[in-house]
Design a protein around this ligand. Structure first.
Ligand code: HEC
Ligand code: HEC
Length: 335
């Protein structure tokens, strides 16, 4: 077919095709509008697929014996060189999965604010700088960093092999003698269970319309309209990208310049804030974020509403609400 007649036929077809497309779009739009009005009704309507934040999923299916071993190892001070601290000493899973001590308060202490281990498994990279991809690598690094455990995978395995009870538990979990891969794998498996579902915000996402107050909801709308959500989103309300901090105005200590955007899950119960722990209250952190990252001077009402929203992101671990460091969880409190 000559080129000219082909283009003639095309021009004849195109307008008809675009009319059909336009009609299709109209149908889709009408359907969407109908769906929208149904969502106002009383029946729970999951919103997760319409929002930039998704609920915490259930933990992955894993071998219970490996998880139990990991739980035990996470709480074992023999993993540190001088047997003084376990992972749990800095990441207390009976409270907020983070530490009580503000950075630099102890001799030789880490300069970085201690992040919570809760939901860490859901972030795309680990640590403030997001320098690690897997929990397994993170365990190796925690063991060997002088300011964390000051030990090594080999040293820890050597100590544990001498304990007949742990050696037995290793054999049950992995079908072989205690080794580095088992040690690291068991702790990582345990960490994958450290998820905190059941926050009020997640319940709202799942369709329970009455769990948020008007102020909390207004805070969420602000969180979206001001642009917080452009960095803090996804399942962890953060933890899925790198960003510069102090874009418009200086924020925390200038180094490192680029960090992984932290998760805001359980943020109300994990003070202090920022990689250097320089903000001790959530309202201060929110105000500073508006200023440093968005060049917005938030009003007191705006800050209050956003803080109220962030309070709805506190989840539960083993069925009990996550609480600030140093506080007893509801049913742990003496009766
Ligand atoms: C002395 C306190 C301390 C101890 C003990 C400690 N950590 Fe940490 N942990 C930290 C600090 C500080 C960071 C941040 C490190 C960084 O950003 O480079 C961190 C980061 C993490 C993270 C990354 C969290 C995230 O959101 O990216 C995980 C996971 C973690 N630690 C697990 C462990 C495990 C497992 C152990 C035991 C083997 C352990 N930690 C022992 C202080 C500690
Ligand atoms: C351009 C990306 C970006 C935007 C926009 C942004 N943030 Fe952040 N947010 C970050 C980064 C990066 C950090 C970590 C800064 C640090 O530790 O030095 C952070 C940290 C935080 C923290 C402290 C978390 C912790 O555990 O230490 C809170 C709270 C927070 N942001 C809330 C907000 C709010 C509320 C808004 C909107 C007013 C907002 N952010 C807008 C990137 C952003």
């Amino acid at each position: 077919m000559p080129a000219s007649s082909r283009s003639l036929r095309l021009t004849a077809i195109v307008p008809r095709a675009s009319r059909t497309i336009a009609r299709l779009i109209l149908v889709v739009l009408t359907l969407c509008a109908a769906g929208g009005s149904i969502a106002q009704g009383p029946a729970p309507q999951p919103r997760a697929d319409q929002e930039p934040i998704t609920p915490i999923p259930p933990p992955p299916v894993q071998d219970q014996r490996q998880i139990a071993l990991g739980d035990r190892l996470f709480h074992d001070p023999r993993l540190s060189h001088d047997n003084t601290r376990s992972c749990n000493s800095c990441h207390d899973t009976s409270t907020n999965g983070a530490g009580v001590s503000p950075p630099d308060s102890r001799a030789g202490a880490v300069k970085l604010n201690i992040p919570t281990v809760f939901n860490a498994a859901l972030s795309f990279r680990l640590n403030w700088e997001g320098d690690l991809r897997t929990l397994e690598h993170q365990v190796e690094q925690s063991l060997s960093k002088p300011q964390i455990m000051g030990s090594s995978v080999e040293e820890a395995v050597h100590k544990l092999q001498a304990d007949p009870d742990i050696a037995r538990q290793f054999r049950e979990a992995y079908g072989r003698e205690a080794d580095g891969a088992g040690l690291v794998g068991a702790i990582a498996a345990y960490e994958r269970t450290l998820l905190t579902p059941g926050s009020r915000f997640d319940r709202w996402l799942e369709g329970d319309a009455n769990v948020m107050t008007a102020e909390e909801f207004a805070g969420y709308q602000l969180f979206k309209s001001l642009g917080c959500v452009s960095c803090h989103q996804g399942v962890n309300v953060g933890g899925n990208m790198y960003q510069r901090h102090g874009i418009f105005h200086p924020l925390a200590s200038p180094k490192p310049e680029i960090v992984r955007v932290p998760s805001l899950r359980n943020v109300a119960v994990t003070p202090p804030y920022f990689h250097d722990g320089s903000a001790d209250t959530l309202s201060k952190a929110v105000e500073e974020m508006g200023n440093a990252q968005l060049d917005r001077k938030l009003t007191d009402d705006q800050t209050k509403a956003i803080v109220a929203f962030l309070n709805t992101l506190t989840g539960t671990y083993l069925g009990k609400p996550v609480v600030p460091a140093g506080q007893l969880r509801q049913s742990d409190a003496p009766k």
